[in-house]
Design a binder for this molecule. Sequence first.
Ligand SMILES: [Zn+2]
Length: 217
Amino acid sequence: MSLGFRNLRRRAILLAAMAGPALGETPVRVRLYDYAGVPPRILDQAQAYASTLFSEAGIAMEWARCSPGESGVPGDAACRPPFDPLNLEIRILSREMAKRAHTTEHALGYALLAPGFHHVAAVFYHRALELEKACLAGRSDILGAVLAHEIGHLLLAQPHHPPTGIMCARWGDEVLKLIQKGRLRFTAGEARAMARMLSQGNRARSQRAVAALLPPH
Ligand SMILES: [Zn+2]
């Protein structure tokens, strides 16, 4: 059992004991496209770690593996549009693909943010491996935290980086130690802002569904 998995179990037990915020009724669905060849066990743990971070913020996540060759592709409904704030597309990119994104060498990933379009983001697996070299946190936990950071940008619909916490820009030793201890999390303000964005997305979706049901006239 890896350090990361033990850490995750410890957090799950702690979570069960805590009276945390109620999970939103509609889960955020994440289509995961892995182009970096992340080992399945690492991906499972990273996904679980990210889910725990969002669960602590009161947000339920539902994941679909949509990489070429996985059962989700092609034809699986979970891997098809719609794309909206409740249906995200997250790509895990290789170093070569990350280079083509023209981000800085310190970037952990990126989120595409434009008015009415904030449901696609990417994370860089090689950056998780580089951060692991500090021997302060394992690659699966780091990857999970990076996934949560980029998804956080999408759910907050803004590129802002506060000085500390999961949404900070520079991940040095302090952030890695928090990851290892299971203490890196969204702030209460970030959790409220994400819940607000999601309820707006939910309302817009309900209105679209009602409009689609109305007979033409
Ligand atoms: Zn960021």
